[in-house]
Ligand binder design. Structure first.
Ligand SMILES: [Zn+2]
Length: 110
């Protein structure tokens, strides 16, 4: 769940009548718990819910869990942004089973 794309895929049953978009939640380090509007941080384990129409995921995350490692240093916490996962490295992985857990730069994906 440290991959933004991975988090985003957890929102397949996210209630669409909320004003909060899954993209913003995933960017804030949160993934969906598939219950009501509960989301959980992949880094500090904090749970946020009862989203108001004008609330921003990143701001609420910081408000309730100011010590979260993701909010302090996203890269150091191991966050993988969606843009980091280029189509090139994905196709490379599918061609070479032995490099399944590694990106083209040799770093562990998970
Ligand atoms: Zn957090």
């Amino acid at each position: 769940m440290k991959s933004e794309r991975c988090r985003l895929s957890s929102y397949s049953t996210w209630p669409r009548d909320t004003n909060i978009v899954p993209e913003a939640l995933a960017q804030a380090g949160l993934f969906y718990l598939c219950r009501a509007d509960r989301v959980k941080c992949a880094f500090c384990g904090g749970i946020l819910r009862n989203w108001g129409p004008s609330e921003e995921p990143m701001r609420e995350h910081r408000k309730y869990f100011p010590t979260c490692p993701f909010l302090q240093h996203p890269m150091a916490a191991g966050n993988l942004m969606a843009e980091d996962e280029s189509p090139d490295s994905v196709s490379m992985v599918s061609f070479s089973p032995s490099s399944l857990l590694y990106t083209s730069d040799g770093q562990s994906r998970y």
